[in-house]
Ligand binder design. Structure first.
Ligand code: GUN
Ligand code: ZN
Length: 449
């Protein structure tokens, strides 16, 4: 006879996550149940096994036991990644932002008019980030609506949680064929949003995506602000990444008091906005971020690779501005949030070398930024980011001592050391399984035909 399983999974082992109160909470030898909707149904002590199995309708034989050196942690959140730029990740990092965009980025992105190229690269980047433990990604696509819809379809097919944006830009491109008119940009954004919403993908949302203030006329920025407001949508863009960029923005928008004010005046700073970089923001601008509820995506690999600047994350956190981590593929060369964790710690230490009074970030704090902090930055922390009962089970099953992997473990090491070693030394060989909304998405089951 068959019964519908009341529980999709029940695990017994170590769970490590962040909460509002503490950056690293370790639950050793715990039981966690995931219900048929993919949500955390309970997290409890093993003494409660009998009671739980009655209440939730599972047998002790259905419990999956984690092995020694294994633990679960929340899936990582990439709050800023350019899917098309994955095609040249690891190359072309020899010039500053504005030249880099014109020389490499716009020509590479213009090729995504072809759905064949889009299909190939977007499949690669979704698979790569999932394997690396990114359960949620906030993507920039290109100006091409149909290719952007294809990216949304691919994230849905592979089971990655995603925000996907069709890029908007109506000026300042080095290529006349990689630019829209204001009207095209606005109409295609509306088409992108309505076609994506019509698909009813459970884990994929559209995000309104003005490329940045130098790529958009004030008129377009205003239209996009209105579209986001009328449809209660997420917004993403770039801000204050590079000093030449900041200077040009001030020249082009003399009526605005700051770069942040440019977005604010066009209704683009909301509690569903995430802005990448912010290396050169003033304290007053950070105050405006806090007041509007907008967040920052810290992309340290990109900031170093393009010699853009060093974001002082401690100062951002002191201003109570929400902040997550981003890879910024391909300004950043790594498609792993583990790399962003390491470079966030490195940048914080470099700032302390330069200014000894700077308070260094701890690995525990950066673990939170990679998980719960990213969820907060994307305003999805009501249903993702940690293992609180009722949230979606987005999780990584990690084996810190995976055979053939990059980490050597001494037997007696406790879970906090396993986490620290995984963050500093680990890679996809340590990530045995990835779950998004309770569904196991790594190892891959979906095959591209
Ligand atoms: N600013 C505007 N567009 C881009 C981009 O594609 N990458 C980065 N790093 N900064 C940008
Ligand atoms: Zn970017």
């Amino acid at each position: 006879h068959t019964t519908t399983a009341a529980m999709k999974h029940v695990f017994r082992g170590t769970f490590i996550h962040s909460t509002q109160q503490t950056p690293v909470e370790i639950l050793e030898d715990a039981l966690l149940g995931v219900n048929a909707d993919g949500k955390v149904a309970f997290i409890a002590k093993p003494e409660e096994l009998n009671k739980l199995s009655e209440t939730f309708g599972f047998t002790p034989a259905e419990v999956t036991h984690l092995a020694q050196h294994e633990f679960f942690m929340p899936g990582m959140v990439d709050t800023h990644i350019h899917a098309p730029q994955y095609s040249y990740a690891g190359t072309a990092l020899d010039m500053p932002l504005l030249q880099w965009l014109n020389t490499y980025t716009f020509p590479a992105e213009s090729r995504f008019k072809s759905l064949d190229i889009a299909n190939e690269v977007y499949t690669q980047v979704v698979k790569r980030t999932l394997r690396n433990g990114t359960t949620t990604a906030c993507y920039f696509a290109t100006i091409h609506t149909d290719a952007s819809l294809l990216l949304a379809q691919i994230t849905n097919d592979f089971g990655q949680r995603a925000l996907v944006g069709k890029v908007c830009m109506d000026k300042n491109s080095s290529l006349k064929h990689y630019k829209e008119t204001m009207q095209e940009s606005q109409e295609e954004t509306c088409r992108f949003i309505s076609e994506l919403l019509n698909k009813k993908y459970p884990l994929v949302k559209p995000v309104v995506t003005p490329r940045y203030a130098l790529s958009c006329t004030g008129a377009l920025l205003g239209q996009l602000g209105a579209i986001a407001k009328n449809n209660h949508l997420h917004i993403q863009s770039h801000i204050s990444e590079n000093l030449d960029e900041v200077k040009l923005v001030k020249e082009l928008f003399p009526e605005c008091t700051s770069y942040t004010d440019v977005y604010h005046k066009h209704n683009l700073l909301t509690d569903k906005t995430v802005m990448a970089h912010g290396c050169h923001l003033t304290d007053e601008e950070l105050d405006l971020f806090r007041e509007t509820g907008a967040s920052l995506s810290h992309c340290p690999n990109s900031n170093i690779s393009l010699c853009s600047g060093l974001l002082n994350v401690r100062n951002v956190l002191n201003h109570k501005v929400k902040l997550g981590l981003g890879t910024d593929i391909a300004g950043g060369y790594s498609a792993s949030i583990l790399d962003a964790v390491r470079k966030t710690l490195d940048v914080s230490k470099v700032l302390t070398i330069l200014e000894p009074e700077n308070d260094v970030l701890t690995f525990e704090e950066v673990f939170r930024l990679a998980t719960l902090g990213g969820s907060q930055a994307l305003s999805i922390d009501d249903h993702t980011g940690n293992f609180v009962v009722g949230k979606d089970f987005d999780a990584l099953r990690v084996n810190a001592a995976a055979p053939g992997g990059p980490i050597d473990i001494i037997d007696c090491e406790g879970p906090k050391v396993l986490l620290e070693k995984f963050l500093n030394l680990g890679d996809d060989r340590n990530i045995l399984e990835v779950f998004v909304a309770g569904r196991r998405v790594v190892p891959f089951t979906y095959q591209v035909v």
